[in-house]
Design a protein around this ligand. Structure first.
Ligand SMILES: Cc1cc2nc3c(=O)[nH]c(=O)nc-3n(C[C@H](O)[C@H](O)[C@H](O)COP(=O)(O)O)c2cc1C
Length: 168
Protein backbone atom coordinates (compact mmCIF):
# COMPACT_ATOMS: atom_id res chain seq x y z
CA UNK A 1 0.00 0.00 0.00
CA UNK A 2 1.30 3.44 -0.96
CA UNK A 3 1.40 6.36 1.49
CA UNK A 4 2.44 9.84 0.36
CA UNK A 5 3.97 12.79 2.16
CA UNK A 6 4.00 16.24 0.55
CA UNK A 7 5.95 19.05 2.21
CA UNK A 8 7.41 22.47 1.64
CA UNK A 9 10.97 23.19 2.69
CA UNK A 10 13.58 25.83 1.93
CA UNK A 11 16.30 24.87 4.40
CA UNK A 12 15.62 21.12 4.76
CA UNK A 13 14.18 20.93 8.27
CA UNK A 14 10.71 19.98 7.05
CA UNK A 15 12.26 17.71 4.43
CA UNK A 16 14.07 15.85 7.21
CA UNK A 17 10.81 15.53 9.17
CA UNK A 18 9.05 14.16 6.05
CA UNK A 19 11.76 11.55 5.58
CA UNK A 20 11.46 10.48 9.23
CA UNK A 21 7.71 10.06 8.82
CA UNK A 22 8.33 7.89 5.73
CA UNK A 23 10.85 5.84 7.74
CA UNK A 24 8.21 5.17 10.42
CA UNK A 25 5.59 4.32 7.82
CA UNK A 26 7.82 1.77 6.13
CA UNK A 27 8.24 -0.15 9.38
CA UNK A 28 4.72 -1.42 8.73
CA UNK A 29 4.77 -4.46 6.49
CA UNK A 30 3.53 -3.89 2.95
CA UNK A 31 3.80 -0.09 3.08
CA UNK A 32 5.67 1.90 0.44
CA UNK A 33 6.07 5.51 1.64
CA UNK A 34 7.41 8.38 -0.44
CA UNK A 35 8.00 12.02 0.46
CA UNK A 36 7.79 14.75 -2.20
CA UNK A 37 8.73 18.40 -2.13
CA UNK A 38 5.64 20.42 -3.05
CA UNK A 39 7.30 21.45 -6.34
CA UNK A 40 8.12 17.87 -7.33
CA UNK A 41 5.04 15.83 -6.52
CA UNK A 42 4.59 12.50 -8.31
CA UNK A 43 0.87 12.88 -8.98
CA UNK A 44 0.41 9.24 -10.01
CA UNK A 45 1.87 8.08 -6.69
CA UNK A 46 -0.32 10.45 -4.66
CA UNK A 47 -3.41 9.41 -6.63
CA UNK A 48 -2.77 5.77 -5.84
CA UNK A 49 -1.82 6.42 -2.19
CA UNK A 50 -4.35 5.50 0.51
CA UNK A 51 -2.96 8.16 2.82
CA UNK A 52 -1.50 11.65 2.46
CA UNK A 53 0.41 13.58 5.11
CA UNK A 54 1.13 17.25 4.41
CA UNK A 55 3.88 19.24 6.14
CA UNK A 56 4.95 22.84 6.28
CA UNK A 57 7.33 25.15 8.09
CA UNK A 58 5.59 27.73 10.24
CA UNK A 59 5.54 31.04 8.39
CA UNK A 60 4.01 33.58 10.78
CA UNK A 61 2.19 30.64 12.39
CA UNK A 62 0.56 29.64 9.10
CA UNK A 63 1.44 27.16 6.35
CA UNK A 64 3.59 28.40 3.46
CA UNK A 65 1.86 29.91 0.42
CA UNK A 66 3.12 27.01 -1.75
CA UNK A 67 1.58 24.33 0.49
CA UNK A 68 -1.63 26.34 0.75
CA UNK A 69 -1.85 26.67 -3.01
CA UNK A 70 -1.01 23.03 -3.56
CA UNK A 71 -3.74 21.65 -1.29
CA UNK A 72 -6.31 24.16 -2.47
CA UNK A 73 -5.72 23.62 -6.15
CA UNK A 74 -5.69 19.83 -5.99
CA UNK A 75 -8.17 17.23 -4.78
CA UNK A 76 -10.34 15.31 -7.18
CA UNK A 77 -7.49 15.01 -9.69
CA UNK A 78 -5.44 13.04 -7.13
CA UNK A 79 -8.44 11.44 -5.40
CA UNK A 80 -7.91 13.18 -2.05
CA UNK A 81 -11.41 12.26 -0.92
CA UNK A 82 -11.50 9.22 1.36
CA UNK A 83 -7.74 9.11 1.89
CA UNK A 84 -6.37 9.00 5.43
CA UNK A 85 -4.90 12.46 6.07
CA UNK A 86 -2.38 13.97 8.46
CA UNK A 87 -0.25 17.03 9.00
CA UNK A 88 3.06 18.09 10.56
CA UNK A 89 5.14 21.22 10.97
CA UNK A 90 8.54 22.62 11.81
CA UNK A 91 9.41 25.93 13.45
CA UNK A 92 12.33 27.84 14.95
CA UNK A 93 10.73 28.91 18.23
CA UNK A 94 9.20 26.58 20.82
CA UNK A 95 6.04 28.67 20.64
CA UNK A 96 6.36 29.35 16.91
CA UNK A 97 2.88 28.37 15.75
CA UNK A 98 3.42 24.81 14.50
CA UNK A 99 0.17 23.54 15.98
CA UNK A 100 -1.71 26.30 14.22
CA UNK A 101 -0.06 25.30 10.95
CA UNK A 102 -1.22 21.72 11.51
CA UNK A 103 -4.75 22.85 12.31
CA UNK A 104 -4.85 24.87 9.10
CA UNK A 105 -3.75 21.91 7.02
CA UNK A 106 -6.18 19.51 8.75
CA UNK A 107 -9.03 21.93 8.15
CA UNK A 108 -8.42 22.00 4.40
CA UNK A 109 -7.98 18.22 4.35
CA UNK A 110 -11.40 17.83 5.98
CA UNK A 111 -12.97 20.17 3.46
CA UNK A 112 -11.44 17.97 0.74
CA UNK A 113 -13.28 14.96 2.18
CA UNK A 114 -10.23 13.32 3.73
CA UNK A 115 -10.18 11.24 6.94
CA UNK A 116 -7.99 13.18 9.35
CA UNK A 117 -5.95 11.13 11.80
CA UNK A 118 -3.12 11.61 14.29
CA UNK A 119 -3.47 8.65 16.62
CA UNK A 120 -4.01 11.10 19.49
CA UNK A 121 -3.81 9.29 22.80
CA UNK A 122 -4.90 5.92 21.47
CA UNK A 123 -1.36 4.51 21.35
CA UNK A 124 -0.35 5.84 24.78
CA UNK A 125 2.87 7.81 25.22
CA UNK A 126 4.07 9.83 23.49
CA UNK A 127 0.63 11.33 22.93
CA UNK A 128 0.74 13.23 19.63
CA UNK A 129 -2.31 15.43 19.75
CA UNK A 130 -2.78 16.86 16.24
CA UNK A 131 0.50 16.01 14.54
CA UNK A 132 4.23 16.26 15.23
CA UNK A 133 6.05 19.60 15.42
CA UNK A 134 9.85 19.85 15.25
CA UNK A 135 11.80 22.84 16.54
CA UNK A 136 15.14 23.53 14.85
CA UNK A 137 18.18 25.21 16.41
CA UNK A 138 18.20 28.40 14.31
CA UNK A 139 17.23 30.54 17.28
CA UNK A 140 17.14 28.19 20.26
CA UNK A 141 20.42 26.34 20.67
CA UNK A 142 18.90 23.98 23.24
CA UNK A 143 16.55 22.77 20.50
CA UNK A 144 17.28 20.94 17.23
CA UNK A 145 15.43 18.70 14.78
CA UNK A 146 17.27 15.54 15.87
CA UNK A 147 15.63 15.86 19.29
CA UNK A 148 12.24 15.45 17.60
CA UNK A 149 13.12 12.61 15.25
CA UNK A 150 11.42 9.90 17.32
CA UNK A 151 8.12 11.79 17.28
CA UNK A 152 8.06 11.91 13.50
CA UNK A 153 9.04 8.25 13.13
CA UNK A 154 6.42 7.17 15.70
CA UNK A 155 3.75 9.33 14.08
CA UNK A 156 4.49 7.86 10.64
CA UNK A 157 4.34 4.37 12.05
CA UNK A 158 0.98 4.95 13.78
CA UNK A 159 -0.45 6.55 10.66
CA UNK A 160 0.63 3.58 8.54
CA UNK A 161 -0.81 1.10 11.04
CA UNK A 162 -4.19 2.82 10.84
CA UNK A 163 -4.07 3.05 7.05
CA UNK A 164 -3.26 -0.65 6.84
CA UNK A 165 -6.11 -1.52 9.21
CA UNK A 166 -8.56 0.57 7.16
CA UNK A 167 -7.52 -0.10 3.60
CA UNK A 168 -5.55 -3.32 3.26
C1 LIG B 1 8.99 33.96 6.02
C2 LIG B 1 9.28 33.10 7.23
C3 LIG B 1 8.42 33.15 8.32
C4 LIG B 1 8.68 32.36 9.46
N1 LIG B 1 7.82 32.43 10.51
C5 LIG B 1 8.06 31.66 11.61
C6 LIG B 1 7.16 31.68 12.72
O1 LIG B 1 6.13 32.35 12.73
N2 LIG B 1 7.47 30.92 13.80
C7 LIG B 1 8.60 30.14 13.85
O2 LIG B 1 8.84 29.47 14.87
N3 LIG B 1 9.45 30.07 12.79
C8 LIG B 1 9.20 30.79 11.69
N4 LIG B 1 10.03 30.72 10.59
C9 LIG B 1 11.14 29.73 10.64
C10 LIG B 1 10.79 28.41 9.95
O3 LIG B 1 9.46 28.01 10.24
C11 LIG B 1 11.71 27.28 10.43
O4 LIG B 1 13.06 27.65 10.34
C12 LIG B 1 11.43 26.01 9.63
O5 LIG B 1 11.96 24.89 10.29
C13 LIG B 1 12.00 26.10 8.23
O6 LIG B 1 11.69 24.93 7.53
P1 LIG B 1 12.58 24.43 6.30
O7 LIG B 1 14.01 24.29 6.82
O8 LIG B 1 12.00 23.13 5.94
O9 LIG B 1 12.48 25.45 5.23
C14 LIG B 1 9.81 31.51 9.48
C15 LIG B 1 10.65 31.45 8.36
C16 LIG B 1 10.40 32.24 7.24
C17 LIG B 1 11.33 32.14 6.05
Amino acid sequence: MKLAIVYDSKTDNTKKAAEWIAEGMEKVEGVEAKAFHVNEVDEAFVTEAKGLVVGSPSYAATMTPDIHNWILSNGGNMKFEGKLAGAFATQQYTHGGGETVIQGILTIEMVKGMLCYSGGGSFGKPVIHLGPVGVNDNMEKHNGMEKYKDYFVIYGNRFAQKATELFK
